[in-house]
Design a protein around this ligand. Sequence first.
Ligand code: CMC
Length: 431
Amino acid sequence: MGKETLSITDNRTGKTYEVAIKNGTIKAMDLRQIRTDAEDFGLMTYDPAFTNTASCQSKITFIDGDRGILEYRGYPIEQLAERSNYLEVAYLVVNGELPTKAELEQWTFEINNHTLLHENVKKFMDGFHHDAHPMGMLISTVAALSTFYPDAKEVHDPETRHLDIVRLIAKMITMAAFAYRHSLGQRYVYPDNSLSYSGNFMNMLFRMTERPYKPNPVLERALDVLFILHADHEQNCSANAMRSVGSSQVDPYSAVAAATAALYGPLHGGANEAVLRMLKEIGSKDHVPAFIQEVKSGKGSRLMGFGHRVYKNYDPRAKFIKKMADEVFEVTGKNPLLEIAVELERIALQDEYFVSRKLYPNVDFYSGLIYEAMGFPVAMFPVLFAIPRTSGWLAQWLEMIQDSEQKIARPRQVYTGQRKLDYVPITERKK
Ligand code: CMC
């Protein structure tokens, strides 16, 4: 192999520059030396939506989008989904190693002991309108937590960071469940710490008068596996929001609120909600070909749950979820929309439009069907994504805070507007 450098010739000046290549990247700042004269600011790259720009070095999640590979801290997602549980995976993602038995017990104990919310949070949540979207409630309530834990602004103190990480992972299920109960006008159910993380969540969501609440083990495990599959996904929109907002050294509650807001959008965590609405709109298997035609014409919506910025192959999470759907449907009965989804997938995977663009089902294509069969309303779907992704966001935040190469995130722009205009009094302005 030749030298690990890149030679660049600037045809404006005829000068040649040599910049280092490390880990398949060049440093954008190395381009700044390329100037036409002393007045020139220097060359920058233009990369809207960061499609080819690495914003950090990371040891958390590995994705090979062409081969459909996903690993957390080096462990294949399939092994974690089959053999681990969500809290163990959250420990792995946040701390970098699988825990020993004692470490896992301590971690589980800590999380269980922080699931309660301050009573004032309840009052605060009561103030939302009866039909408030639970994701809007979650975003605001997470942000409000920073006012309960003012020490959280000590982001350089490892002990404070640890406590806030535990609190956030623990309280996410309680806030999410309270948002759900609020939408139903039902009294809030307090955590039962003798249950597993996902079992406790189901208890706070679904418990009526029974005591104690016993989650169905198949559904409890399915929810836990869905949490594992959603724990992290490297530099996606919400992780980028977490890092970007966190880079101002704001407390992690405020940064998680920003990340949750990013996840709310229909092109990100809101996609599983959009998939369900799309399947309902299609209505029957026979309408699938016409719907596909409409997507291809560009006049209708996109095929939601298909395509990914990174995966140009079947999303490994979608593969696992599709397999798991049968086990869930055995308990809940088959979701009638499954037939439409399977037909959509069958047709799209043979269609030149989708094949040539490498558009495959992503994690959101089948997850919504499972959530619906488990009794979740569509509006809760992005919330079910936000709960497990909290561990990923916190891992990304922790890595960013401790990375000496990171500074406050501040991209450059290419200014294309007007300059040096003279102010015109309002009476003299013309359209
Ligand atoms: N249906 C129809 N056409 C599509 C779709 C789709 N779902 N996704 C991409 N395309 C087309 C797009 O129109 C474009 O075609 P052309 O080259 O002719 O203009 C081409 O494929 C490339 O699309 P892009 O918008 O440049 O790709 P992107 O990497 O910017 O977008 C995406 C990625 C996920 C936003 C997009 O595929 C999409 O909108 N999918 C539907 C929403 C969805 O399912 N989102 C969940 C993502 S996975 C969960 C998560 O990580 O949040």
